[in-house]
Design a protein around this ligand. Structure first.
Ligand SMILES: [Zn+2]
Length: 363
């Protein structure tokens, strides 16, 4: 079926959002609550019923005498919808139920894979063109001497680095992984507990992840594969303590939170803008035999470069739809675009970045 245009038909979305939030309502109630004409409600609900998103339920007595029909979200339809209503935007997620990838009760079929990093030191040294002893010494020093065995037990070739692991969710038939003809949709996501789990609106992490999951499910339904790679690299691998210090510094700085100072604030607190090391990130894609990603849902140049430089072809780079970006996250989004992250539009000038403001500390 035709997918509704994002952000283009807010009233149509508002109808779904209202019913999603309140349960079945009559057309008259819809018109009253949305402050639109009865004729428009009739027209919109007719379309939504035709699209199998709404259905007519039982009649209830109305004041005017004729019983009013209640409209509810479809329970037996071929589509599932999720509606998120935030203070500044309404987002609609729509997926087809096929009973294979997406189930009627809203579940998704996936294959879950958990990976812990285990480094074979001679192999890692070879990949970086370094000597094994040089690598051992660097790791020993950069971890504050916590792992003396790195330099005292040369017989131990394997090291468990003190970094987070990876979770992979695969949508679709895993037997197709090594088939070069399989269209692969992929989101490589770095953990952001504040947004992913707790729904903070200061960044786009959760909307990006959810959008990636939706597109992976859609890709699998179309006969391809979807892959979500979730890496524990909280706060650009600087950790959540650093991240919260940066958030505080951003909100409390003179002039407020602006896109112009977004990266600078991180550097002031942490000494670097970003501590992520993406060179090993594509390893898990290679474990699965992937040679080509058709749709890569990421704006990050570090991720894109690491994937392409590891020998995997990327056909399309896809950024998050504007309608999914929370208002307060525009600071992050515009700063990233200006810093060279992938975008189809021209990034804002330095002066324009100063005008992209986030919420005040007391708002
Ligand atoms: Zn985030």
């Amino acid at each position: 079926m035709q997918r509704p245009a994002w952000g283009a038909d807010v009233t149509r979305t508002a109808v779904l959002a209202l019913i999603g939030a309140q349960g079945p309502v009559s057309r008259a109630e819809l018109a009253r609550s949305l402050k639109v004409s009865a004729a428009l409600v009739t027209q919109l609900t007719r379309q939504l019923i035709a699209d199998n998103l709404l259905e007519e339920l039982d009649s209830v007595p109305s004041q005017g005498g004729r019983p009013a029909r209640l409209l509810g979200l479809t329970s037996s339809a071929s589509n599932a919808i999720g509606v998120k209503v935030a203070a500044d935007h309404v987002a609609l997620v729509e997926v087809q139920i096929d009973g294979d990838v997406v189930h009627k009760e809203g579940g998704l079929s996936v294959v879950k894979i958990a990976i812990d990093p285990v480094w074979h030191l001679p192999g890692i040294a070879e990949r970086f063109g370094a000597s094994e002893m040089g690598l051992r010494r660097a790791l020993f020093e950069q971890t504050g001497g916590m792992y003396p065995e790195l330099v005292t037990r040369l017989d131990l070739q394997v090291f468990l680095p003190p970094i987070g692991g990876t979770t992979v969710y695969i949508f679709g038939d895993v037997d197709k992984l090594t088939d070069a003809k399989t269209r692969i949709t992929c989101r490589v996501h770095d953990e952001c507990n504040g947004s992913d789990v707790f729904g903070s609106d200061m960044c786009t992490c959760r909307p990006y992840l959810i959008h990636g999951i939706e597109e992976c499910a859609r890709g699998a339904q179309e006969g391809g594969l979807g892959i979500i790679v979730y890496n524990r690299k909280e706060g650009r691998a600087l950790g959540e303590v650093t991240k919260f210090l940066v958030y505080n510094a951003r909100k409390r700085q003179k002039g407020g939170d602006t896109a112009a100072t977004y990266f600078h604030r991180t550097e002031c607190v942490a000494g670097t803008e970003d501590a992520r090391f993406q060179e090993f990130m594509p390893d898990c894609l290679h474990f699965f035999g992937i040679r080509k990603i058709h749709n890569l849902h990421s704006m990050s140049n570090m991720k894109y470069d690491a994937i392409v430089n590891s020998g995997i072809e990327v056909v399309n780079r896809i950024s998050i739809p504007d309608s999914l970006i929370p208002k307060d996250a525009m600071v992050e989004m515009e700063a990233k675009k200006a810093a060279g992250y992938f975008t189809k539009e021209a990034p804002k000038s330095k002066e324009a970045l100063k005008k992209v403001h986030g919420r005040q500390i007391d708002e």
